[in-house]
Design a protein. Sequence first.
Length: 87
Amino acid sequence: MRVNARLDPDTQAQLEYIVATTGQAVSHVVRECVATYYVQLRAREQGPKGLLALVGRGDSGRADVASRTKPLLAEGLAAKVRPARKA
């Protein structure tokens, strides 16, 4: 499908920023935006039950990750931040 759209100046500036920052073509950015919007609308239609079905479906495939978010984040940050050396 070919699309011809008129954009207000703010939306045009936002699109130009995304294209310049990502290096992606305008067509790719528009496709990605439509896909994201579609997913949001479908999730809203399904309600909380549909959203809960997505829990644990990330890269790890583990459902227990969501309930352990804070401890996992703390562990990750602690591993990155080294204690200050005593003078």
